[in-house]
Design a protein around this ligand. Structure first.
Ligand SMILES: Cc1cc2nc3c(=O)[nH]c(=O)nc-3n(C[C@H](O)[C@H](O)[C@H](O)COP(=O)(O)O)c2cc1C
Length: 335
């Protein structure tokens, strides 16, 4: 049976909905080629961080050793940044080399949280020939004096500023912690986001009981972590004027199919690629094909969103009533 796996995301036609999510693996042209050959439809290049750009500018202007009050936090991890990643000039060179190495869509990525002088790098990323830009706004509102409105305004101003800087499609990658996420998602689209990448996986630091200090305790994701993104994509599908990409916890065919059923236009994977390598995309593409055949769908387009909140037969699954039901039905017994 002929099944059409293609999808539209950010105005691009992709051979299937599988995208290699932003991570350092994707800056190696050979790795990108393996991804492309294995069936990934596109890849997101690792982010250029606002701090990397500011760091270089500080070095150029000789300000690094003085620092500033607002910069203190960033300065403390600049040495690590030097090890982790390269400066913006080298970053752009690598991005250009990557763009030339593969034919599938390559999405650039900027990671920042302030409207600042670094935003013109969005234009420089665009000039490398990438097909779209993903703006990762990773901001932890740790200051209790900032209201929700202040925080949302920060995001919206940043999106508007980047939107103004580039002509290519713009996706915005964000976390889930907003008071009324649906309303905020709509306003991100109004501010110029063509797509939303849902959700960033925030580092939740842990305490080392030996050293009595915090440490990042970073780990790769697990499938169960996809449920938050899945829930919100189901709620947003058809109700926000932006493409929706799912990220966090997509590992196997089941995770992928569920994301598409609730209405994701694309699914992004990083942890699964670290665990299983680029060839995992071949298994996922074949698995998606087989699932569609088994369920008599002729295309991804046909199944996409059929279980969104708007379309599913049981919309109360998302509501408070179902929370109550699930608690009442839970029959756990103490040991
Ligand atoms: C080692 C590593 C590095 C990452 N670097 C970036 C990055 O540079 N920019 C970004 O937007 N996301 C980055 N991410 C986040 C991933 O793109 C992805 O959104 C997240 O890991 C959740 O997806 P997963 O469950 O498939 O891992 C990184 C993830 C990992 C594991």
């Amino acid at each position: 049976m002929n099944v059409d796996l293609s999808t539209r995301y950010l105005g691009l036609t992709l051979r299937n909905p599988l995208i290699a999510s932003a991570c350092p693996l994707n800056q190696d042209p050979e790795f990108l080629l393996r991804l492309e050959n294995a069936g990934a439809a596109a890849a997101v290049f690792p982010s250029l961080f606002e701090e990397q750009i500011e760091f270089q500018q500080q070095q150029i202007f000789g300000l690094y050793e003085y620092g500033t009050e607002s910069f203190a936090e960033s300065l403390s991890y600049f040495p690590e940044l030097e090890d982790y990643n390269v400066g913006p000039t080298e970053y752009l060179r690598r991005l250009r080399a990557a763009r030339e190495a593969v034919r599938f869509p390559l999405i650039g990525s900027l990671n920042g949280m302030t409207v600042g002088g670094w935003i013109h790098f969005a234009r420089l990323i665009e000039d490398t020939g990438v097909d779209a830009l993903e703006l990762n706004v990773y901001f932890v509102p740790s200051d209790p004096r900032h209201s929700g409105e202040d925080v949302e305004k920060r995001y919206l101003d940043l999106v508007a500023a980047v939107r103004k800087a580039v002509r290519i499609p713009l996706a915005v990658k964000i976390g889930p912690y907003f008071t009324s996420f649906g309303n905020f998602a709509r306003r991100l689209a109004d501010a110029g986001a063509d797509g939303l990448t849902i959700f960033n996986r925030y580092i939740q630091p842990d305490i080392d009981l030996e050293t009595l200090d915090f440490f990042p305790n970073f780990s790769l994701s697990e499938s169960y972590e996809s449920r938050l993104s899945m829930t919100w994509i189901a709620m947003l599908r058809g109700r926000v004027g932006a493409y929706l990409a799912a990220t966090s916890g997509i590992h196997d065919v089941e995770d992928l199919v569920k994301m598409l059923l609730v209405g994701a236009d694309a699914a992004m994977l990083a942890s699964a690629v670290y665990r299983h390598g680029p060839e995992h995309f071949t298994r996922l593409e074949r698995g998606l094909h087989d699932w569609l055949v088994a369920k008599d769908y002729t295309s991804v387009q046909q199944m996409k969103g059929s279980l969104s909140r708007e379309n599913c037969p049981n919309p109360e699954a998302f509501e408070r009533v179902n929370y109550m039901r699930s608690l009442v039905a839970f029959s756990g017994r103490p040991i």
